[in-house]
Design a protein around this ligand. Structure first.
Ligand code: ADP
Length: 362
């Protein structure tokens, strides 16, 4: 057959179609749901199957199509993140290392009363490095990193969310140690009973709480740490808070962090910014998130390129770095017009109030 599992499987296994792949094809109604060649099954094979091409026993009772989605859409195999890649957030980095990284590195020291929490919650405005922190934890302890947004569980897999959660934790257990990062976790674990709350979303919430309860970051059997992230920590219910007893505020970047972002992103690019110019940008970007900073600097770096294109017209394909003028403060002034801070000051106040009441002290 052209495309789909046929190609991948025969490519890898010389025509042999492992039984679970056949099951996956059947579960998908015999259709290839991927784009073009089906990399999903190849990945599933590579990650989970034994030498006999069979799924491990612990996963055999799960829907192969869902396992496939976990492997392809939730498992994050991107580049490792070092603590130094995250500008600022020093206090959070320190606390995270103490409460979750150390215990996973030396479980015997952290038994009983020193046992780590099953999960931690990172709260704060969007674009401040919560995902980066989750990934840095995983990279640091050489854990598999799963990254899923709760809204995709509630919307994309309508009715399947509960099964998806069960499958995700089962795959994470097989690939342990694992870190499962769930963004917008409030949308599942909300205390609010929305009117007409769906039976499916109630079941999804129960399932996630049950799975979280079963996590044991420093055990040998279920070394899974859950990292929840939210912009609306007020929404979480009691049961969620109990499972994520440490709630860490991840605020907007402070001055030194913004300076670090600018200097790092300017990197090897030619620039004529004096120290005072950089300091000016640092001051002017009070209220910018990390993501806003990244966009602002990118926009500024685009200034010399735009100018060169205007001058050289159609020669864009042959332009090189040496044809560009250095980046200057005017580029940042222009960029600041395009990139405004995305977080309103009143939002920051809301986080600070919440932090004073519930945030982990450090
Ligand atoms: P969040 O999960 O808090 O919404 P992310 O971790 O996804 O935010 O950050 C989005 C992007 O913004 C990152 O990929 C990175 O480019 C930039 N960024 C945000 N915070 C930082 C930071 N503290 N240090 C370096 N880059 C950051």
């Amino acid at each position: 057959p052209k495309g789909g599992q046929g190609n991948v499987v025969s490519g890898l296994r010389g025509g042999f179609v492992p039984p679970f792949v056949r099951k996956a094809v059947n579960a998908l109604g015999g259709q290839d749901t991927s784009k073009g060649d089906n990399p999903m099954s190849a990945k599933m094979l590579q990650l989970l199957a034994g030498p006999d091409g069979e799924l491990p026993e612990s996963l055999q009772k799960f829907d192969p199509a869902l396992i496939d989605m976990v492997c392809n859409e939730v498992l994050d195999e991107g580049a490792a993140v070092d603590w130094e890649d995250i500008a600022g957030q020093d206090a959070a980095k320190q606390l995270i290392q103490e409460i979750v990284v150390w215990p996973m590195m030396n479980p015997t020291l952290f038994m009983g009363a020193r046992a780590p929490p099953k999960g931690i919650l990172l709260f704060g405005p969007p674009g401040t490095g919560k995902t980066l922190l989750g990934k840095a934890i995983a990279s640091n302890i050489k854990a598999t990193f799963f990254n899923i947004s709760a809204s995709s569980l509630t919307s994309k897999w309508i009715g399947e969310g509960e099964k998806m959660v069960r499958t995700l934790f089962a795959v994470a257990e097989f690939m342990q140690p694992s870190v499962i990062f769930i963004d917008e976790i409030d949308s599942i674990l909300s205390a609010r009973k929305s009117e007409g709350e769906h039976e499916a979303s109630r079941r999804l919430k129960t399932e996630l709480l049950v799975q979280m309860e079963g996590c044991n970051p420093n055990s040998l059997s279920r070394r899974i740490l859950l990292v929840g992230a939210t912009n609306r920590p007020e929404e979480l219910d009691e049961a969620a808070r109990r499972r994520m007893p440490k709630q860490l505020y991840i605020p907007l970047p402070c001055e030194p962090a913004r300076k670090e972002m600018i200097l790092r992103q300017l990197g090897a690019v030619k620039s004529v910014l004096s120290q005072e110019d950089v300091q000016k940008v640092v001051q002017k970007t009070d209220g910018y998130s990390g993501a806003d900073m990244r966009n602002l600097i990118q926009e500024a770096l685009q200034g010399p390129v735009r100018e060169a294109v205007r001058q050289h017209g159609s020669k864009i394909a042959t332009l090189s770095e040496s044809d560009l003028r250095p980046v200057g403060k005017r580029d940042f002034q222009m960029a600041a017009k395009a990139q405004k801070p995305s977080v309103a000051p009143c939002e920051v106040t809301r986080y600070e109030v919440y932090n004073a009441k519930h945030g982990a002290k450090y």
